[in-house]
Write a protein that binds this ligand. Structure first.
Ligand code: F6P
Length: 537
């Protein structure tokens, strides 16, 4: 991988000059070009990606592509797929794409296929009831115990694919909050529940504490000898899992070359395969694989992850946008923004470049969002009329899964209307005209007009997808994964480590020890005062 400060490239300098000429241009102006929508649209399989409502011209696009070329994106993609240790600070390759590579030349083909087969056999036995609990009852409930990448991917996909779900009820325990644990297990029958403990490292405090509590609750009721039929684990740390009391035949391995936040495609996705069946799980992988091929093979100007990543860079580094919203117009995707928060912010929230020097430019975007139309009735006001520029991804589907056309038309009418409103806004003349039709006095109209004007010119990218299926979901998630990669390459940062989360983990351990003797612990005055107050309660 090249190691280039993006701001020192020729393309960046040209982009800066170009930005000065385009920064105030309104999208309405740009849309005078009748061909614009077609020019800035990519139709790929079931996806129509319309990025024409972005504040770009053809020149912007070609300069952004020039930037990608100048920082060596093609070479970086080759290193990524080629299994080079591009996660340099942990000295590991980044090969989650291998988990959905069904080709003959796939990386670690045998091992990956072996684990996929194990997932297939196991999930079939649970779903069909041939694997029973210790007392002979069939399994009805599955509890995934994990946090971060060992939770967010599985929960997001299980929620997204609810329509495809079987009879098993899936629960997720992530937070070390004991109330969260108890609320989840309080009505569960241990005789019919399967616990899936997911931790890549098997050292994560939250997961180990939750697993220990749940195991004790279970053993209390059914005894130690029943554990084997009800507990399985997913980890790279086989020894730690065995020490925890889970037999080797109940461990689904994963590998260090799969980052936690990119691991839903591995055995971390066991709860997904249990919830929707192995075939749907495989469809999810195959959808992702199609996007992997698209990303690897398409020229940059027609490459969805490349284009969308470059747009992000454009807003982040030139317009100074601080955040991006992701608004899925389906309730099924209600956990997508949370999933993307980890994927994007844990990856690209870095302030040191690949030389170990502080970066002199902005990196990772803040990601947030909620499903439409709920979000319209919550935070859209700020996107429409606030002072911040918030580019937004609108994700919608042509067909609903249950086929209620009336509802779907209303939902999608909002979907299309919002991007149009964000782009066009409402001028003073339009507002005055509208108010003139009302019985309001002239004076009142004058008073109200400034509050009713929408500047517009708010950028959006629309992903219009045929239906929400395991396959399209796989492709959508893989699209965001590659977008993260492209942004990391441009920003010259390491996207696949997460050292920033370590300090808090270490301090939490120290604070826990200090609870024994708060008075003599060494902390700043604020923290100490809080600890004393907490222990007095
Ligand atoms: O939040 C830090 C992190 O290391 C994530 O990257 C990871 O997904 C999560 O903790 C859980 O880690 P593990 O799967 O090892 O329990």
């Amino acid at each position: 991988m090249m190691n280039i400060n993006p701001t020192e490239t020729n393309a960046w300098k040209k982009l800066q000059l170009h930005f000065d000429t385009i920064r105030d241009t309104h999208l309405k102006e740009l849309f005078k070009d009748q061909g614009r929508a077609a020019t800035f649209t990519i139709q790929w399989q079931d996806f129509l990606v319309d990025y024409s409502k972005n504040r770009i011209t053809e020149e912007t696009k070609s300069l952004l592509i020039e930037l990608a070329e100048e920082v060596g994106l093609s070479e970086a993609i080759a290193s990524y797929y080629g299994g080079e240790a591009i996660n340099k600070t942990e000295d590991r390759p980044v090969m989650h794409t291998a988990l959905r590579d069904f080709s003959a030349t796939a990386y670690h083909k045998e091992e990956v296929a072996g684990v996929r087969n194990a997932i297939k056999t196991f999930t079939k036995s649970i779903i069909e009831g041939t694997h029973t609990g210790a007392t002979g009852k069939t399994i009805t409930d599955v509890v995934n115990i994990g946090i971060g990448g060992s939770d967010l991917g599985p929960v997001m996909v299980v929620e997204a694919l609810q329509y495809y779900k079987n009879h098993l009820t899936t629960h997720f325990i992530s937070n070390v909050d004991g109330d969260h644990v108890m609320e989840t297990i309080k009505d569960l029958d241990p005789e019919t529940t399967l616990f899936v403990i997911v931790s890549k490292t098997f050292t994560t405090q939250e997961t180990l504490s939750n697993a220990t509590t749940v195991r004790a609750w279970f053993v209390d009721q059914l005894g130690e000898e029943a554990v084997g039929s009800h507990f399985v684990a997913v980890s790279t740390n086989l020894e730690a899992v065995q020490n925890f009391g889970i037999a080797s035949e109940n461990i689904f391995p994963m590998w260090n070359w799969v980052g936690g936040r990119f691991s839903l495609w591995s055995s971390v996705g066991l709860s997904i395969a249990l919830a929707v069946g192995y075939d749907h799980f495989e469809d999810l992988l195959r959808g992702a694989q199609e996007m992997d091929i698209h990303f690897k093979e398409q020229p940059f100007d027609e490459n969805i992850p490349v284009i969308t990543a470059l747009l992000s860079v454009w807003y982040n580094n030139f317009f100074g946008a601080e955040s991006e919203a992701v608004i899925p117009y389906t309730q099924y995707l209600h956990r997508l923004p949370a999933y993307l928060q980890q994927a994007i912010m844990e990856s690209n929230g870095k302030s040191v470049d690949r030389n170990g020097n502080p970066v002199g430019y902005e990196t990772g975007n803040i990601i947030w969002g909620e499903p439409g139309t709920n979000s319209q009735h919550a935070f859209f006001q700020l996107i429409h009329q606030g002072t911040k520029l918030i580019p937004a991804d609108f994700i919608g589907f042509k067909k609903s899964l249950h086929g209620n056309v009336d509802h779907h038309d209303k939902l999608m009418a909002n979907f299309f209307a919002q991007t149009e409103a964000l782009m066009n806004g409402k001028t003073e003349a339009q507002v005055t005209e509208e108010l003139r039709e009302s019985p309001l006095s002239r004076k009142r109209i004058e008073q109200l007009t400034p509050f009713k004007v929408f500047e517009g010119n708010k950028p959006t990218t629309t992903y219009l997808i045929n239906t929400l299926s395991p396959k399209t979901l796989g492709a959508l998630v893989a699209m965001y994964e590659h977008k993260i990669f492209v942004q990391g390459v441009i920003w010259n940062i390491y996207s696949y480590d997460q050292w920033g989360v370590e300090l808090g983990k270490q301090l939490a351990k120290q604070v826990l020890r200090d609870f024994d003797d708060v008075e003599s612990s060494v902390h700043d005055a604020s923290t100490k005062q809080l600890l004393i107050s907490y222990k007095k309660a």
